[in-house]
Design a protein around this ligand. Structure first.
Ligand code: SF4
Length: 405
């Protein structure tokens, strides 16, 4: 049932758990899991190499494992978690949105964005979201369930696989190399910090060196939140130098109470103080995400207030990403006029705040966390797998990028 206005949901409804997967397990747990199958511990490392390094789940390709046991091992530890439903390409293939069906019929999306010199994956951490931001289609549909660690990691592995299958970029030596996922942003469906345990374990799998994990740089990972203050402080203490993105969307409590209902629990000042503490603990500059909504939060005085609030907590610790809102069909919320957007940016810069308008690819993708599901959630796809058999790729027709993310 959709949530009532302002209603927050922190605990995911109880549903069956996805099957256990290698990516859910620590190194020790993997050794124990292969022991359960009657195999020596070193088989866990071999299996990890296949999955995290070679991106392989086909038993036929695991030639270093005993032929008679490969299928058992794959069945037990590499079950299929994501089934492709639909893929949409835009920007000549530089932007690819993937809709996945999970084992229980829940749907999530991830979006791959290729830029010069880097590839960013925007992934989902929950099916639905309990934070109920009124301008967000995902929020309006409510929280279905938390994703498991492996369901989050699998989005990265699937993206890495699809990049590896493509022709690569030619380097200065003229040799083509496959692109790799260099950046991950938790800005798809869900409030990642409301699914803290799985989200942080997924980050650990991403940054652990192969074959324990994917060997990504923590600096390429951005954790997004609407401002769950205790979880921000917990994240700061993890010792992983990832970037924190705080979805603020308003600098004053009166408006933010309405736009981001979590504000009634932890207000603007408390969220910004936590963001500042995160910077102090990690040395990582915090991103403030600000979806510009016409005549709602885009007034020049609000840019001034935001600049003042940020500077009150120090200089050089933060930058702001205004994002033209991706309107949900039929919604009263829409994007600001370009001139209003320009003025908002100029006012922030006048306060000395580094400000970058997000790539317009984000309009359909990460305009705010969770907005990427807008079009799919208009259709009753969840639990209707018969509709979910991958039609031909559809061109989104998005505008060309305006700025880097
Ligand atoms: S904007 Fe983000 S936090 Fe808010 S409801 Fe949507 S997905 Fe959840």
């Amino acid at each position: 049932m959709p949530p009532a206005p302002g209603q927050l949901t922190f605990s995911a409804p109880r549903r069956g758990k996805p099957p256990r997967h290698l990516a859910d397990l620590t190194t020790e747990e993997r050794a124990a899991a292969v022991a359960e199958l009657g195999l020596p511990a070193f088989r866990a490392k071999q299996l990890s190499t296949h999955y995290f390094e070679r991106l392989v789940t086909d038993p036929a390709q695991m030639t270093d494992l005993p032929a008679a046991r490969r299928q058992d091992v794959v069945d037990a530890l590499l079950p299929t978690l994501l089934t492709p439903v639909r893929e949409m390409n835009a920007d000549g293939g530089a932007t690819r949105k993937m809709l996945w069906r999970l084992f229980d019929g829940a749907l999530v999306e991830s979006v791959l964005m290729k830029y010069t010199g880097r590839v960013t994956l925007c992934l989902s951490s929950q099916a639905g979201c309990g934070m109920n931001c009124p301008f967000c289609a995902t929020g309006q549909a409510g929280l279905t369930r938390n994703l498991s660690t492996a369901e989050i990691v699998e989005q990265v592995v699937a993206a890495a696989r699809s990049l590896a299958a493509e022709a690569g970029d030619a380097g200065p030596d003229g040799v083509e190399r496959a692109l790799r996922v260099s950046n991950v942003v938790f800005m798809g469906m869900g409030e990642a910090l409301a699914n803290y345990k799985a989200a942080i374990a997924a980050v650990r799998r991403m940054v652990s060196p192969a074959p324990e994990g994917l060997g990504m740089s923590a600096r390429g990972i951005t954790m997004s939140t609407v401002g769950l203050v205790p979880a921000i402080d917990k994240l700061a203490a993890e010792g992983i130098p990832m970037t924190l993105a705080l979805s603020l969307h308003a600098p004053d409590d009166e408006l933010r109470d309405e736009l981001v209902p979590i504000n009634t629990r932890w207000n603007v000042g408390e969220a910004l103080d936590a963001a500042r503490r995160y910077y102090e603990a990690t040395g990582r500059r915090v991103s403030i995400e600000y979806a510009l909504i016409r005549d709602v939060n885009d007034q020049a005085w609000r840019a001034d207030k935001l600049g003042t609030e940020l500077n009150r907590r120090g200089r050089g610790w933060v930058h702001v990403n205004p994002i033209p809102l991706n309107p949900t069909p039929g919604s009263r919320w829409t994007a600001s006029d370009p001139q209003v957007e320009r003025t908002f940016v100029e006012r922030l810069r006048a306060h000395g705040i580094p400000t970058t308008v997000r790539d317009t690819r984000g309009r359909d993708i990460d305009g705010a966390c969770g907005q990427l599901a807008a079009s799919d959630l208009q259709q009753p796809l969840a639990g209707t797998p018969s509709t979910a058999t991958g039609p031909a790729p559809v061109e989104l027709g998005l505008p060309a990028p305006a700025a880097a993310d």
